[in-house]
Design a protein around this ligand. Structure first.
Ligand SMILES: Cc1cc2nc3c(=O)[nH]c(=O)nc-3n(C[C@H](O)[C@H](O)[C@H](O)COP(=O)(O)O)c2cc1C
Length: 503
């Protein structure tokens, strides 16, 4: 047991079963190679981003992945992304002010906003102007001019004649065609546009045509929030194969890497992802339940009680009309049922007045807690300030008006849990994947059962150290050694207990 837990040294297992340090291995039954947390993943990823560990805390909207979370992971040699989606520009700017002088790596989210392209462009302006150098780009189908502008700004040849890009992108995808776009050079139409706007010189555009939009792409399987619910065991190999194909086609100097996210919250899942070739891990749901996350204590308690089947897909606020869904916590709330009903009504009726009167009354009582028209007045004012075309369209089209009011409920229901609004507990929209239940099951009976004891670095240490130990155990199995299943159990350990493996 000690030989598997002490991750540093190579051991051999003597024929009698007693572990021994191995100078000569020939007469031994099996060899257990060393595996430290810092050896997991792709060393190129660690070098490119100045990290010690191939572990990333993914962006979580509305500042749920807070500056505090990014700082905690960054100081521990990992990478955390600030959750800029859904935040006002002033909030994002404050987060940049807090992180920009940090002496550790960090990044910001850039989320594709098809319904508000001006916002996406403004966020990129802010990042460029305030020196944000690394983004996690997500929710893209086609890439956009602002994204390419971020990636290519400042591109140059260094003294050795190599292409240097001050700005880097980690693309997050769950579909091959989107991975293809991230791993390919920027489309010519965007480079031409940037040259014609004077944002790139022709020479810079020529250099930009030789680099991928993203050297790193995260294959995001079944996760909290927006997800295609793909199994990681299928998605990851597909994206790795695509990466190899595109690397052969473009022969990039720097190489391409694929990370794994979605479903990773136990040592076993972490070990499996690395063993399948993930360059790095991305976690989300489990970090939301940690002390550094920007959500309320009430949410952290609900998350800590979640089991694996306590998640469901519910209608999303953005892209509501298209029927897009997000994965959320079902247990303890009625949000999934109410949100999905709203989508059903939207599909079935042309305006709110067409709904049966009892249904209207129930919605006004439970979801809106106000008359429909009152919610509409506030929503209309909001859109007149933010996006007048929406309000004008709704004035002409009662179905659109109904959609905007329904979307009011869906967007407020993300705010209530952040504020810990007890009166709206049944309407909490908490993005969460099945990994949360897997983590809770693993942590059951240990100090990590309590939300107050969950800090993101202790969680990360456990996943990485556990993955390293399981990798060693796997090496034994591969040599035909029958392993006692109790050896495979990676008990939750405190940060102090794990510190020796992270020095
Ligand atoms: C509460 C929550 C909010 C999220 N918000 C975003 C977001 O704004 N942008 C983004 O790229 N990913 C977002 N994600 C996805 C995470 O960054 C991460 O990729 C995902 O959670 C990993 O899967 P897991 O939930 O199984 O750990 C969110 C996830 C959660 C749980």
């Amino acid at each position: 047991m000690a030989c598997l837990r002490d991750l540093a040294g190579p051991y051999s297992l003597a024929g009698g079963g007693a572990p021994a340090l191995a100078p000569g291995l020939s007469d031994r039954a099996a060899v257990i190679p060393a595996c430290r947390p810092s050896s997991l993943g792709d060393p190129g990823f660690l070098r490119a981003h100045g990290l010690k560990y191939a572990y990333v805390g993914g962006s979580m909207a509305n500042g749920i992945s807070s500056t505090r979370l990014a700082e905690a992971l960054g100081r521990a040699g990992m990478l955390g992304f600030y959750g800029a989606a859904g935040q006002h520009l002033e909030e994002i700017e404050k987060a940049i002010d807090r992180l920009r002088d940090a002496d550790h790596p960090y990044g910001f989210n850039l989320i594709h906003s098809p319904s508000d392209p001006a916002l996406e462009a403004a966020v990129v302006d802010l990042y460029l102007c305030r020196g944000v150098r690394l983004i996690e780009a997500s929710a893209y189908i086609n890439l956009t001019l602002p994204l390419i502008r971020f990636r290519t700004a400042g591109i140059r040849l260094n003294a050795a004649g190599a292409i240097e890009t001050p700005n880097r992108v980690i693309g997050k995808i769950s579909r091959t065609e989107v991975a293809n776009r991230f791993f390919s050079p920027p489309e010519e139409k965007y480079l031409k546009e940037l040259v014609s706007r004077g944002e790139l010189t022709a020479e810079q555009a020529g250099l930009a045509a030789k680099i991928p939009v993203a050297e790193d792409v995260t294959a995001e399987a079944d996760s909290g929030g927006h997800t295609d619910n793909r199994p990681l065991v299928n998605l990851l190999p597909t994206i790795i194969t695509l990466r190899d194909r595109l690397q052969r086609r473009y022969a990039y100097a720097s190489g391409l890497r694929v990370g794994a996210g979605g479903g990773i919250a136990t040592p076993e899942a972490a070990a499996a992802a690395f063993m399948m070739g993930a360059a790095y891990l991305v976690t989300g749901s489990v970090n939301q339940a940690c002390v550094e996350s920007g959500t309320s204590d009430a949410v952290k308690k609900l998350l800590a009680a979640a089991e694996q089947a306590d998640v469901a897909m519910a209608a999303a606020a953005d892209m509501f009309e298209m029927g897009v869904k997000v994965q959320i916590l079902k247990r303890g709330t009625m949000f999934a049922m109410r949100a999905n009903k709203l989508h059903e009504y939207y599909r079935a009726y042309n305006c709110f007045d067409e709904l049966p009167s009892e249904t209207r009354a129930v919605l006004e009582r439970d979801c809106f807690r106000a008359p429909f028209e009152e919610i509409w007045r506030g929503t209309r004012e909001f859109f007149l300030r933010r996006d007048p075309a929406q309000a004008e369209r709704a004035d002409r089209d009662p179905k659109h008006k109904m959609a905007l009011v329904f979307r009011w409920y869906l967007s407020q229901s993300s705010r209530w849990p952040l504020a810990g609004d007890e009166s709206r507990k049944l309407d909490y929209q908490i993005w969460c994947g099945p990994s949360m239940g897997a983590f809770n099951e693993w942590a059951k009976g240990s100090f990590l059962e309590e939300p107050e004891a969950r800090d993101a670095v202790t969680v990360a240490y456990n996943l990485l150290a556990g993955a390293a130990a399981l990798t060693r155990l796997h090496a034994l199995r591969c040599q035909g050694v029958s392993v006692d299943p109790r050896l495979a159990r990676q008990e939750p350990r405190t940060r102090e207990q794990l510190a020796p493996y992270f020095e």
